[in-house]
Design a protein around this ligand. Structure first.
Ligand SMILES: Cc1cc2nc3c(=O)[nH]c(=O)nc-3n(C[C@H](O)[C@H](O)[C@H](O)COP(=O)(O)O)c2cc1C
Length: 190
């Protein structure tokens, strides 16, 4: 698939077929690819923890804030939860400013997942200290983002921004994401 189509197809998915596990080999290939990402000052401060087992998955899930605009209705139900999480952390002894590197890693990971028929959602809404506890890491491990992954089981539709930028769902559960037009975001070429 062309990269432009992959980017369009890679939406934030929050409902999954929980019975469809992501094979270890796939996750391995994704994480191995992340080694090649650019990073500020080539510090390569990012560190990854993959959560596949049921016990840490169950401990992590309630710590995550899902789809804030849907006011509780966007939290995946049992059977629709992610089958895997990648916690993107950073070595705080190397940098205190990892946000851009984390963004690059998270989007690359999602694109890799979509290219293999999976998908997911970046989650930034959590208490880092509690997530650090779940992954069993020490103070130096800063928790950046959690990427929830699985086999998506929902329809996500892009719509123009009319009523606002808040995503919403209809009675069938289709998830709509308003996106600004090219005219609005592309100011000029000089
Ligand atoms: C840095 C970052 C943090 C995010 N944190 C959350 C989050 O905590 N919970 C959640 O449900 N979605 C989260 N999202 C997903 C956004 O809500 C989503 O990107 C937005 O609604 C647009 O939908 P789209 O990704 O399908 O384009 C996050 C996205 C980014 C880039």
């Amino acid at each position: 698939m062309k990269l432009a189509s992959l980017v369009q197809k890679s939406r934030s998915f929050r409902r999954f077929d929980e019975t469809k596990e992501i094979p270890v080999k796939k996750v391995e290939a994704w994480i191995k690819t992340l080694r090649f990402l650019p990073s500020a000052r080539n510090l390569q401060p990012l560190r990854y923890v993959v959560i596949r087992s049921a016990e840490p998955r169950e401990r992590l899930f309630p710590l995550l804030g899902w789809a804030g605009y849907l006011k509780g209705k966007g939290t995946p139900k049992e059977g629709e939860r992610p089958s895997l999480y990648v916690v993107i952390g950073y070595d705080s002894r190397l940098t205190q400013n990892p946000a851009m590197d984390i963004g690059i890693a998270a989007q690359t990971l999602l694109l890799l997942a979509v290219s293999d028929g999976y998908g997911g959602c970046m989650i930034g809404s959590f208490d880092p200290a509690r997530v650090r506890e779940v992954v069993g890491m020490e103070e130096w491990f800063g928790v950046g983002l959690v990427v929830a992954l699985g086999k998506p089981k929902e329809k996500v539709v892009i719509v123009p921004v009319e009523r606002g930028i808040e995503y919403y769902r209809d009675e069938k559960g289709t998830h709509y994401v308003p996106k600004r037009s090219v005219e609005e975001i592309w100011i000029k070429t000089i």
